[in-house]
Design a protein around this ligand. Structure first.
Ligand code: TMP
Length: 386
């Protein structure tokens, strides 16, 4: 498969393909990719721009409130975010009464420039021990280090965690949010498996990962964002705050559910969903109806390329991200066009490749006057929404 976010400038441009194989570690229960593409190839110029979305905003609100209520966010905190993208979360956080200042770190130059334009100071780098030392010398220790949906994006997470340990204040907290592997499996989210996602974390495997880096897990929050995510709260081992009992409860639930043929079901459901989506797209084309994709997501590239669906069947994909417009989805070669096309010249069907924003996307499309298009939602089960 080609890297899922490697959008092309023309259909003729060749894409580089790499193996995409998921493995289960028998020692710690982690799911991970067998082959990892070099980070520099994946992230130097990056097309993922955090969208402005109501569900993301309410998720940020929840996370900030939770950190504040549970006293993870101490008064006068210096907060560092790893993989801060265009700074949407830090913009949300920076006016919180507990926060003194915020700093982002992100490896993609184009993304850092956009964050700075919004007034979020951002260091352009892959976060590791050396970057942490520079930040620590210049700004002092961080009370909170946040890493949302990025710790699985590096083949050596120990490099990140070493940096976290160096930069974290002794009484500080590390907050790591990721897709929760249990939800990924339970909800049949096979399209979440792509080269950027090198690790699919479980509570059990993260506990082990933290321990190896002199950190301990004190709390978790399981949240619905991105099809089911988990937020891990960790401290330096020596700090000694007692873990919230929910950690033990949820890891027992996790062990129970993982043992129950879940992986086998996941494989079967992947095939069934794939066959059904392919069948619907073929029928729509045979009946001379039009179908586009909605959301130029990495998940979308994965789904379409797995099903070998290309621009002959789905000519366009609408997306709100302006830097994706005029580009083509890797391999599927589907042209990305502005979202406005979804209401001005609507097709008969949309394949909702951004299914994680289903409710808000459908209500936006309807509010713009498109009452014609039906939505094929692939995950967690194939449904067709009127
Ligand atoms: P994500 O699922 O990886 O966050 O990617 C979401 C993609 O969907 C991103 O490219 C922006 C796009 N999008 C829209 O086009 N319209 C929307 O209303 C939302 C929320 C996202």
């Amino acid at each position: 498969m080609p890297p899922a976010n490697s959008f092309k400038s023309s259909r003729a441009e060749e894409e580089q393909c790499y193996p995409l194989v998921l493995e289960l570690c028998q020692k710690c229960g982690n799911l991970q990719l067998q082959y990892c593409v070099d980070e520099k190839e994946l992230f130097n110029q990056y097309f993922y721009i955090t969208p402005d979305s109501p569900s993301l905003r309410s998720h940020y609100e929840f996370l900030v409130r939770y950190m504040f209520d549970e006293t993870y966010l101490a008064p006068d905190s210096f907060v560092v975010e790893i993989g801060s993208n265009i700074g949407r979360f830090l913009l949300h956080l920076k006016d919180n009464p507990g926060v003194r200042r915020v700093l982002g770190v992100d490896p993609a130059q184009n993304v850092c420039a956009l964050a700075r334009k919004e007034g979020i100071e951002t260091i352009c780098a892959f976060f590791d021990g050396a970057v942490a030392d520079v930040i620590s010398r210049e700004h002092g220790p961080a009370q909170i280090i946040v890493a949302r949906h990025c710790c699985a994006h590096n083949k050596n997470p120990h490099l990140i965690l070493k940096g976290v340990h160096n930069l974290l204040a002794d009484d500080g907290y590390f907050v790591m949010e990721n897709a929760y592997a249990l939800n990924t499996l339970q909800n049949n989210e096979f399209d979440q498996i792509y080269h950027e996602h090198m690790f699919y974390y479980m509570i059990r495997s993260v506990q082990k990962l933290f321990e190896l880096n002199d950190l301990s897990l004190v709390d978790i929050a399981i949240v619905p964002i991105h099809g089911g995510s988990i937020i891990f709260f960790a401290q330096k081992k020596k700090k000694g705050r007692a873990a919230n009992p929910s950690v033990e409860t949820y890891s027992r639930i996790e062990a129970e559910l993982m043992g129950d043929g879940l992986l086998r079901d996941f494989v079967d459901n992947t095939e069934n969903i794939g066959n059904r989506v392919k069948e619907i797209v073929t029928d729509v084309n045979n009946n001379k109806k039009s179908i586009w994709a909605y959301g130029a997501t990495a998940k979308g590239s994965t789904l379409l390329n797995y099903l070998k669906i290309d621009y002959h069947e789905i000519p366009y994909c609408v997306d709100s991200t302006s830097i994706k417009h005029g580009k083509f989805l890797p391999m599927a070669n589907i042209e990305i066009v502005p979202e406005e096309y979804a209401w001005s010249e609507p097709p008969d069907y949309f394949l909702l490749t951004a299914w994680n924003y289903k409710t808000e996307i459908i209500s936006k499309v309807r509010s713009k006057g498109n009452s014609k298009s039906r939505f094929i939602v692939p995950i967690p089960q194939v449904t067709i929404e009127e």
